[in-house]
Design a protein around this ligand. Structure first.
Ligand code: FES
Length: 174
């Protein structure tokens, strides 16, 4: 997946979106540990535009698009989900149970319930990645997304500031 740093959203706007995303709140709500939520050690970001080819499905609320976000470590498998008119969310795409790839049709987005279902063994995840039910040993990572419905442009970020935040909270780090 090509990384495009020339997105319509500038970096300041993106970082503001990071602050507003409530990452720490998501941690608390999911009951997951920091290490479980931020499984990527690399940092990277992906700009997307729902007006163009591979992301066009996201023009429709309830649709999903799988992407592999390049990071400074391994690529991060992510499922982008248009879960509302004004929102796109990004969840870790590999189910922690037995590693099914939740690209459709294995991953089913339940729009009314706002839940991602892994049909391999019916693990269900909430919008913040928290495990709702099923055999998965944990939730999936939820990555911050800034999305502008007026332009159709957005950015999803992996790691980076989130890793720094995790280090600060755990007392770890350089
Ligand atoms: S691999 Fe997803 S529920 Fe088993």
């Amino acid at each position: 997946m090509k990384r495009d740093d020339g997105a319509g959203l500038d970096r300041r706007g993106f970082l503001c979106g990071m602050a507003a995303c409530g990452c720490a709140a998501a941690l608390g709500a999911s009951g997951c540990t920091i290490a479980e939520v931020y499984t990527q050690t690399g940092a990277g970001e992906l700009a997307f535009d729902i007006n163009s080819g591979e992301f066009a499905a996201l023009q429709t609320v309830g649709e999903t698009v799988p992407v592999d976000v390049e990071t400074s470590a391994d690529p991060a498998p992510v499922l982008l989900i248009r879960n509302a008119e004004d929102s796109v969310i990004a969840l870790e795409r590999i189910c922690p149970h037995t590693l099914c790839d939740m690209t459709a049709p294995i991953g089913v987005w339940d729009q009314p319930a706002q839940q991602l279902i892994c049909i391999c063994h019916t693990s269900i995840f909430a919008t913040d990645g928290a495990l709702v039910s099923g055999p998965s040993p944990r939730g999936v990572a939820a990555y911050p997304v800034v999305f502008d419905p007026a332009t159709g442009q957005g950015v999803v970020r992996i790691g980076g500031e989130a890793d720094a935040m995790a280090q600060a909270l755990t007392g770890a780090g350089p």
